[in-house]
Write a protein that binds this ligand. Structure first.
Ligand SMILES: Cc1ncc(C[n+]2csc(CCOP(=O)(O)OP(=O)(O)O)c2C)c(N)n1
Length: 675
């Protein structure tokens, strides 16, 4: 506590140097230290930005923390990329900490995912499960500020933890403030009362400023969860003594009376008095304070002197390398039958689950009863058990975000969002947590997750079951996007996506699943061999133009993906030998080499997409092609997409009016070839 106090004072004294925004733990020290002291290296903890004392309690030195305060290059957590007290840690000597974002409450889902992973590893008796030296079972701590608990995602996490009885402790530090918003202004109940509705979460409220009470309670709770394997919520009342952050200062909005009321509960003097009463000499207590201040000053000097990050490293760790770099296996084995694209995915997952006990599949309706609304997971629960293939509640944020924690325990989750139109509730987890984790943890926590998302319009699916989402997703850096258009690609890409240690979203056109849409029969092709794999980022020439047409300058190329492949192939029939079609297959990373070399060969190019055209990925790609291939172009790079409407209308005639098709494309090709 003395150390934390001296650190806060040092930062205040040197505000010019400590220029990056930071919060300190002043007021919260007792409960944080009491929590940290219960934990074993096999445990996991997600501290929030005020948990500096918790980090000290885990054994991180003031120097370690100050390197992050000053965003230094040797900051052990994030290499100067993240704010103070935003740790992540992977090691054998301490509880592990997944990447921590600043988004309040958003750690609840990823951290609950860790507990979900632990429960599964226990269930299958996996060697991946970390245990204490005495065989102790791990616990997970998710630390939250009181105001963050009103975030909807926190309720999704509570729901899952309660339903599945996960070994997690939610520690809510209640200082009554959410920046300048008071608890009375923001909520009707405190976290303890709120969580009552989630049956199966035990709960307790305590005075988190009293170290001894905090220590006893946290010891009992941690011991109980270690033993009994159910969730707990500890609601700890604490004062807030420092500023909200170095930037949002207490004098802006807090009254003298409010501050005085909080200072009564300063945990430092409270502990000091108790220690004094218990017989510890005053001089010894004073000496501790002096020693702590000296140590902090020393660490501070060291951190100030530490080097800044090397700007050459700024692009490091967006992804970690994937083992899949070459196409391998048999794409078209003689002994195999043609299968539907939807079955290719099913078979790929089956083979994966047979080989990898750490693979699980979950999402809405994928469990035993239905096996997915497209029957894309049918029979999997029967074969692999309900612990590996199961339904979730309607919680897209949980489905997506939990994979962060699952993956941190060594699992390889595959999850499903039922329709692309419903990815938005989960988008926050994808952007805020998943996409940034590898980069901001300097490669320590890449998120190996495979998120399957059926997309696309056909046959009157209507405005909420037909949407394409690739342009939205492609603005997110740190994730890969795959978009297969046929059986063989589905299987080969799904395998590669699964083995990729980075997050991959797989967009699957539901109009191609069964080749039901006229003209998409070729989506159904031979099932590739078990070991068939296609590296992400490799496009495919699905229709070649004739050499003499190319040589005569009579050809063009269509760059497309998904349903566009079939519109392009159908339209090309009108221009025998004059149209080449590229199926991108992966939208990020993109096969620019193939795209640019093909465009240069033909000098004329059209980028085709099912998405609404304005500001789409297709338009961005057309811009990039124009620049890269400028000297080789004989016409402006064209784009054809859907009309710029907010949704795909349901009536089939309206749907067709909105979307591209072979006839609309043929008109455009005609113009392009004659340009
Ligand atoms: C999702 C999100 N919305 C808003 C913010 C801005 N913000 C930062 S801290 C904070 C208040 C959080 O209060 P609480 O959880 O009680 O923690 P305390 O700072 O009081 O310890 C807010 C609104 C944020 N970081 N994340």
């Amino acid at each position: 506590m003395c150390t934390a106090k001296a650190m806060a004072e040092t930062y205040e004294e040197h505000r010019q140097v400590c220029k990056y925004v930071h919060s300190t733990s002043r007021g919260h020290e007792a409960i944080q230290l009491a929590t940290a002291f219960q934990l074993l290296p096999c445990d996991y903890v997600s501290p929030y930005y005020r948990d500096e004392s918790l980090l000290l309690g885990l054994g991180f030195s003031p120097y370690d923390l100050m390197l992050q305060l000053l965003a230094k290059g040797n900051d052990i957590f994030t290499g100067g990329r993240e704010y103070y007290s935003h740790p992540n840690y992977r090691g054998e000597d301490k509880p592990n900490i997944i990447h921590q974002s600043s988004a309040t409450g958003m750690q609840a889902i990823p951290t609950t995912g860790i507990a979900q992973g632990i429960k599964y590893l226990e269930r299958i008796n996996s060697a991946l499960l970390r245990r204490g030296v005495g065989g102790e079972a791990p616990v997970v701590i998710c630390s939250l500020g009181d105001a963050s608990v009103t975030e909807g995602e926190v309720s999704e996490a509570f729901q899952f933890a309660a339903l599945h009885q996960l070994p997690i402790i939610y520690l809510v530090q209640d200082n009554g403030w959410g920046i300048s918003v008071t608890s009375d202004e923001a909520r009707t109940t405190n976290a303890n009362e709120m969580v009552k509705g989630f049956k199966g979460i035990k709960r307790i409220s305590i005075d988190g400023s009293d170290f001894f009470q905090s220590y006893d309670v946290m010891k009992n709770v941690v011991d109980e969860v270690r033993r009994e394997r159910y969730p707990f919520l500890v609601h700890a009342r604490v004062p807030l003594l420092g500023h909200h952050t170095s930037g949002v200062r207490k004098e802006f909005y807090r009254t003298e009376e409010d501050l005085a009321r909080h200072y009564v509960d300063d945990p430092g003097p409270k502990l000091r008095n108790k220690l004094f009463e218990s017989g510890i000499e005053l001089e010894e207590l004073v000496r501790m304070e002096v020693d702590a201040a000296k140590e902090v000053a020393h660490h501070y000097q060291g951190a100030v002197a530490a080097p800044e990050p090397d700007p050459a490293t700024v692009e490091d760790f967006v992804f970690v390398p994937t083992p899949v770099v070459e196409e391998a296996g048999e794409r078209n084995p003689a002994d195999k039958e043609k299968v539907l694209m939807v079955d290719a995915a099913l078979f790929a997952i089956r083979e994966i689950m047979e080989e990898y006990p750490e693979a699980l599949l979950y999402g809405q309706d994928v469990g035993r009863r239905l096996g997915g609304v497209f029957r894309e997971a049918a029979t999997l629960a029967e074969q692999f058990g309900d612990h590996r293939v199961f339904n979730t509640a309607i919680q897209e944020a949980y489905i997506i975000g939990s994979t962060v924690g699952m993956c941190a325990t060594g699992l390889k989750p595959i999850v499903e969002v039922q329709f692309g139109d419903y990815i938005y509730p989960g988008l926050n987890q994808l952007v805020t947590e998943i996409s940034k984790s590898c980069y901001l943890s300097c490669g320590k926590f890449p998120v190996q997750t495979l998120i399957r998302v059926p997309v696309g319009a056909y046959g009157g699916g209507g405005p909420y079951h037909s949407g394409c989402v690739e342009s939205t997703l492609l603005t997110v850096k740190g994730i890969k996007i795959v978009y297969p258009s046929n059986t063989a690609d589905m299987k080969g890409l799904l395998k590669a996506a699964f083995l990729d240690p980075n997050p991959v979203v797989m967009l699957e056109h539901k109009g191609l699943y069964w080749s039901k849409v006229p003209g998409t029969e070729e989506a159904k092709n031979t099932e590739p061999s078990r070991d068939y794999i296609i590296p992400l980022g490799k496009g495919n020439i699905v229709l070649q133009a004739d050499d003499d047409q190319v040589e005569n300058g009579e050809s063009c190329c269509i760059i497309t993906y998904g349903m566009g492949v079939y519109w392009a192939k159908a339209a090309a029939k009108n221009f025998a030998g004059r149209v080449e079609v590229i199926d991108l297959r992966t939208l990020f990373p993109l096969d620019e080499e193939l795209v640019f070399s093909t465009v240069k060969k033909h000098g004329k190019c059209l980028v085709l997409t099912e998405e609404q055209q304005n500001n789409s990925f297709a338009e961005a790609l057309a811009g990039r092609i124009s620049k890269a291939c400028f000297r080789h172009l004989d016409a402006p790079v064209e784009v054809l997409g859907a009309l710029n409407l907010p949704a795909v209308p349901m009536n089939i005639i309206l749907e067709q009016a909105m979307l591209p098709n072979a006839a609309k494309l043929a008109q455009r090709i005609e113009i392009l070839l004659n340009a």
